[in-house]
Design a protein around this ligand. Sequence first.
Ligand SMILES: Nc1nc2c([nH]c(=O)n2[C@H]2C[C@H](O)[C@@H](COP(=O)(O)OP(=O)(O)OP(=O)(O)O)O2)c(=O)[nH]1
Length: 135
Amino acid sequence: MNGVVEVVAGIVWRDGRFLAVERPQGKPQAGFWEFPGGKVERGESLEDALVRELREELDLTPTDMELWQEKRHDYEHISVRLHFFHVHAHSGAVVPHEGHAWRWFVPGETGDVPFLAADTEIVDELARWANAKRS
Ligand SMILES: Nc1nc2c([nH]c(=O)n2[C@H]2C[C@H](O)[C@@H](COP(=O)(O)OP(=O)(O)OP(=O)(O)O)O2)c(=O)[nH]1
């Protein structure tokens, strides 16, 4: 394995819901859900990578984004350093260019949807955070 791959992931918010996409057939871990994003290219800033990936995948352009947390995760086939951003505002409506299934989720209401291993903690954290805000 060649080192750790830098990955950006956007938690895109709209009306109190966040966006998640299903990894399409043909990609490693197809069928698992994740936050839209992908690998950072050489020489690219994290923000530029996020904007590029969200445009490529979904036709969305983040206009207000904030780096939230970073974590490393070792899968069997790859080690990643994930940079999670909150995307508070964006332009465009979702157009899944790469054939992704996608959904807006109420935090805490993701049911049995299988998220990538590195993302389950994040999804749980969003649920706790939304709960605390409600109470
Ligand atoms: N996009 C994204 N990737 C994630 C998340 N959580 C997580 O563990 N990953 C992992 C899955 C992959 O191993 C890696 C991202 O690679 P990718 O295959 O989606 O990236 P990409 O679209 O740039 O890849 P490529 O097909 O061009 O190689 O990070 C997440 O929330 N979003």
